[in-house]
Design a binder for this molecule. Sequence first.
Ligand SMILES: NC(=O)c1ccc[n+]([C@@H]2O[C@H](COP(=O)([O-])OP(=O)(O)OC[C@H]3O[C@@H](n4cnc5c(N)ncnc54)[C@H](OP(=O)(O)O)[C@@H]3O)[C@@H](O)[C@H]2O)c1
Length: 310
Amino acid sequence: MKAVEIHHYGGPEELKYEEAAIPDIHPDDVLVRVYASGVNPVDWKIRQGGHKTDHDPSLPRILGWDFSGVIEKVGDKVTTFKAGDAVYGRPDLTRDGTYAEYVAVRATEIARKPQKIDHKAASGVALAALTAWQGLLEHGQLQAGQRVLIHGASGGVGTFAVQIAKWKGAYVIGTASGKNAGFVEELGADEVINYETTDFSTQVKGIDVVFDTQGGEVQEKSLAVLKQGGIIVSTVGIKDADAIKAKGLRSAAYMAQSRTKDLQQIAQLIDSGAVIPVISKILPLKDAAEAHRIGEKGHVRGKIVLQVVE
Ligand SMILES: NC(=O)c1ccc[n+]([C@@H]2O[C@H](COP(=O)([O-])OP(=O)(O)OC[C@H]3O[C@@H](n4cnc5c(N)ncnc54)[C@H](OP(=O)(O)O)[C@@H]3O)[C@@H](O)[C@H]2O)c1
C-alpha cells in the first residue's frame, strides 16, 4: 500500500510517500481502508521526535492518527462492526497511523462515521472533537449557563470546543486572531477577543471553565479570569498545579482518549447539525509534508486533511 512514513525524526522533509506493508490486525482490531486522514499537531510533534512514549514503534513509522474510511475486515474478537461499515476514529498513538491506504485500529477506538458529511470532512473530526468533548464535559464538567473561555477558538480543537460548549448551553468567549474573529462568532461564540490587539485578562472575569490550548503566558494570565473554584483545563499540560490550587482554583491536564461511546455522541451532534466540522484545506496524501509546513505555523482555521481515495 502507499503510505507516508518517517525513517528519521526531523523536519517535514522526513515524510516519505512510499510503499509499505498492509498492517496485520490483532483479534480486537479492524482493518480500515482509509479514505482520508486528518492532520494534527501531534503528528509534527512525533515527527520531530519530541513526543516519545515507552511503547513507540521502531522507525520507519507511519504518522497520522485521525481517519475516516471503510472496514475491510474485522479481527476474530470483533462483534460490533463488520466489513463494509463506514467508520471514523483516532487510533492508538503508539501504533502506526493513518497517512496510509490501510490502518489497523482497535474496534473500541472507532464509531460509525457521521452520515451527514463525507469521508474528507469526517477524517478531521475524531482527534480534535474528542479532545474538546472530554476537556469541556468530562474534565471541565461544563454546565448550561456557565461561562467558558476557549483559547485558540479558530483552531482544530477550538472550533469543536466552541460548538460543543454552545450546544451544552454555556456562554462562550473565544480568543482568536483578528482575521478569525468574525469566523469564531459565526461558529456561535457569544464574544470573541482578538488576542493580537487585546489582553483577554483585562476584558473578562467570572469564568467557570477556561479551555486552554496554548499554555505559557496564556495559561498564566487565564488564572486571573477564573471565578473562585473555577477550573482551567489544558490540552498542553498545566505548569504549576499546586500554585493554582493555592489560589482556590482547580486545574486538569489530560490526553484525550479514543472511545466508541464519545465518538458516537460526536457523530450524533454532527448529524443533528449542532456541530459542523471546519476543513480549510484538502491535500493529496503524497503532500503530507506540505500539510505539516502549513499546520506547524499554528494558524490553521479548523483542520487540514489528506485525501487518500479520490
Ligand atoms: N492533550 C490532548 O489530548 C491534545 C489533543 C489535541 C490537541 N492537543 C494540543 O492542543 C494544541 C491545540 O491543538 P489544535 O489542533 O487546536 O491546534 P491548531 O489547529 O494548530 O490551532 C492553533 C490555534 O491557535 C490559535 N492561536 C495561536 N496563538 C494564539 C494565542 N496567543 N491566543 C489564542 N489563540 C492562539 C490560532 O488561532 P489564529 O489562527 O486565529 O491565530 C489557531 O487557530 C496543540 O498543542 C495540540 O498538540 C492536545
